[in-house]
Design a protein around this ligand. Structure first.
Ligand code: PLZ
Length: 444
């Protein structure tokens, strides 16, 4: 099938459209892949020139059920014909209520739960903190190095990486404190035997005592596996210790599962690997099967702390986005995507480990389930990050038909966020392209 995009008799090229983008759109919104996407299905994307790409990016982890899943598209169409907007602060519609009911069931925690919906991850993180403050009457929030929690002023305050996110945008909010994240690859005390993490956790907690009075702390916000920060899993014993510490001090434990959520790590939510349940869980990205929607789900008594009128938003929990999310949740069950994530992850990991054994500049292979990453360093230089070689791998992969994303504070991590509906042959094709890009990049 010819998939080139012809408009007014002219074949559109990526470079012409990118030139228009640059003339019309603020440059602050940067882009990592110089292609123009026209259509996509499952884990395959086509650009305006008709080129085909395997998608290991998923629009930054939004497409766990795949691009334009027929069930999600059908739900969107059906809802769009009935009702596209009402505003949940004006009147009730069922899809919002139904999605809240589904999330209350799905999110870990054997206690009564409630949910509130928003539009973006950043908005949901901010509201989780508002809810925690209302519930505790305390001001402070604890976050971690390398964290990413959004681009609003408060989201940026919680976010760890400075350049490019925070440059020029201060002042930031007050009462936000930061501790190191357990980054095993770069931890001087890491022995690889698990015990060090426990020691590290108590070390963190004693550092905490020097930062902020626990009785002033409303919440701890943590990604169980750092997303933008470089796919760094928090050791399960670390998460358990942190949760215990929070419970002991009346601090609300908020899991930001925006990127780790919805099957990515081989369980519905990443915190399940540690056997912990957050007081409040923040969800977005793959929740909507491609439409913008986010949620905070958590303990009923905490969720009900803000008074009526305290939470909301004009578009929050839009009916079409709710319908898409409900359909995406059905797809998760019907296609057993959580199980599929484990299989994808095992295949990816096997390839990554063999590449690590081949190339001395692959410093670390890590991840959970289908959330896998390669950290690229300069060999024999104390793990110095190699952003240049990482970008080259991404560029070569793109030229050969694979969309990848980088991550990490130093931009030296290649991460996998492919749709979990990817077929075995598409996965093999994507990995072959990545392997060939790594091979060519090793000649650098
Ligand atoms: N929390 C854990 O990963 C979004 C955006 C990257 P929004 N990450 C991808 C970028 O450069 O903007 C993210 C996340 C975690 C919160 C967010 C914020 O979600 O929907 O982008 O606001």
């Amino acid at each position: 099938m010819d998939r080139t995009y012809v408009k007014s008799g002219k074949v559109m090229t990526s470079s012409a459209l990118i030139a228009r983008r640059q003339a019309a759109v603020a440059r602050g919104v940067a882009f990592s892949l110089p292609i123009v996407i026209r259509e996509a299905r499952g884990a395959v994307v086509y650009d305006v020139e008709g080129r085909r790409f395997i998608d290991f990016a998923g629009g930054i982890g939004v497409l766990n059920v795949g691009h334009t899943h027929p069930k999600v598209v059908a739900a969107i169409k059906a809802q769009a014909e009935r009702l596209t907007h009402a505003c949940f602060m004006v009147a009730t519609y069922e899809s919002y209520v139904e999605l809240a009911e589904r999330l209350n069931q799905l999110v870990p925690g054997a206690w009564p739960k409630k949910t509130v919906l928003f539009n973006s991850g950043a908005e949901a993180v901010e509201n989780a903190v508002k809810i925690a403050r209302a519930a505790t009457g305390r001001p402070a929030v604890l976050v971690f190095e390398h964290a990413f929690h959004g681009r609003t002023i408060f989201g940026l305050t919680l976010t760890g990486k400075v350049n490019p996110y925070k440059v020029g945008f201060g002042p930031f909010a007050s009462e936000v404190y930061r501790l190191p994240y357990p980054y095993c690859f770069r931890c001087p005390r890491h022995t690889g035997e698990g015990k060090c993490c426990q020691a590290e956790a108590s070390n963190f907690l004693s550092q905490l005592a020097t930062l902020v009075d626990p009785t002033a702390l409303a919440a701890v916000v943590i990604e169980p596996v750092l997303g933008e920060g470089g796919f760094i899993p928090a050791p399960p014993e670390f998460l358990r210790m942190l949760v215990d510490w929070c419970r002991e001090h009346g601090v609300i434990f908020i899991a930001d599962e925006v990127q780790t959520g919805f099957g990515r790590t081989g369980t519905m939510f990443a915190m399940e690997h540690a056997g912990v349940a957050a007081d409040l869980t923040v969800l977005a990205k793959s929740l909507g099967g491609g439409l913008p929607i986010s949620a905070v789900t958590g303990r009923q008594e905490i969720m009900d702390a803000p008074a009526p009128g305290g939470l909301g938003g004009t578009f929050a929990g839009n009916p079409v986005a709710c319908a898409a999310a409900l359909a995406a949740l059905d797809v998760f069950e019907e296609e057993r995507l959580v199980e599929r994530a484990r299989m994808i992850g095992a295949t990816v990991r096997e390839h990554f480990l063999s590449w690590k054994a081949t190339y001395p500049w692959i410093g670390d292979v890590r991840g959970v389930g289908a959330m896998q990453a390669l950290e690229i360093v300069i060999p024999n230089q104390s793990k110095a990050p190699d952003q240049k070689r990482t970008s080259l791998v991404q560029k070569l992969a793109l030229e050969r038909g694979l969309l990848t994303l980088t991550a990490g504070t130093w931009g030296n991590v290649i991460r996998t966020l492919m749709p979990l509906t990817i077929s075995d042959s598409e996965l093999a094709e994507g990995l072959e392209i990545l392997g060939s890009a790594l091979k060519s990049a090793s000649a650098l």
